[in-house]
Design a protein around this ligand. Structure first.
Ligand SMILES: CC(C)(COP(=O)(O)OP(=O)(O)OC[C@H]1O[C@@H](n2cnc3c(N)ncnc32)[C@H](O)[C@@H]1OP(=O)(O)O)[C@@H](O)C(=O)NCCC(=O)NCCS
Length: 188
């Protein structure tokens, strides 16, 4: 699915744009994924693990997502530069199509400016527009206090913990938490 462009103001007064991805964003998205994977241990890959991901593959992915009925990607740009993106998707399987899953990343220079909050408001609006969806789900790694604060602010609550979900290069093990946000008044 694609969305209408949204402009909003960051906490530092700059203007930002949220929009669906286009073919010519592919390079910037891959570069941002590699960059932020080196800026935080809280994403699933290390920077070198993005090596097999080509611009062509990314373009095909954007096209597939933009055409899909059960998936949306939103990019955020600040002064024309990519700050990061987020995604929401849900299953088409009968038993699971009431559950949406979301993910987000922003490059470090754009943290704490309110972008995550604005992107989540939009993800929640998209979920609420689908009457089949009853809940939105996500995961975060123990210690990601910024992500946790954002998710709690947006109405998510912790429902489970998976021990030792991440093992970092230094051998340290980290738990993962699952959070859920019910869509108001839909679960009886
Ligand atoms: C996590 C992430 C998406 C948050 O987005 P963001 O744009 O930085 O978030 P926002 O600025 O909208 O909101 C962050 C909130 O957390 C608060 N916060 C910031 N640092 C915090 C900390 N260390 N502990 C607790 N709260 C913190 C902020 O005050 C803000 O709350 P407020 O708006 O009520 O003041 C972003 O920082 C990011 O992409 N990080 C790296 C990748 C990642 O961790 N992705 C999520 C994987 S689960």
């Amino acid at each position: 699915m694609q969305i209408e462009d949204i402009t909003f103001t960051l906490k530092d007064g700059r203007s930002a744009l949220i929009r669906s991805p286009r073919e010519d964003d592919a390079q910037a998205v891959l570069e941002a994924l590699r960059k932020v994977s080196g800026e935080t241990d809280f994403l699933t890959r290390y920077p070198e693990e993005w090596e097999g991901f080509t611009v062509e593959r990314e373009k095909a992915l954007f096209e597939q997502i933009n055409r899909s009925d059960n998936e949306t990607m939103l990019l955020c740009l600040v002064e024309g530069r990519l700050a990061g993106n987020c995604q929401i998707s849900w299953s088409s399987k009968r038993k699971m199509k009431h559950r949406a899953s979301v993910g987000i990343f922003l490059c470090r220079e754009y943290w704490n400016l309110g972008i995550g909050t604005r992107l989540f408001q939009e993800l929640i609006r998209i979920a609420e527009a689908n009457p089949e969806l009853l809940q939105i789900e996500l995961e975060f790694i123990e210690g990601n206090s910024r992500a946790r604060a954002l998710y709690e602010k947006m109405g998510f609550r912790i429902t489970a913990m998976r021990p030792n979900a991440f093992r970092l290069k230094d051998g340290s093990l980290h738990n993962e938490y699952t959070m859920i946000r019910e869509i108001k008044d839909r679960i009886r």
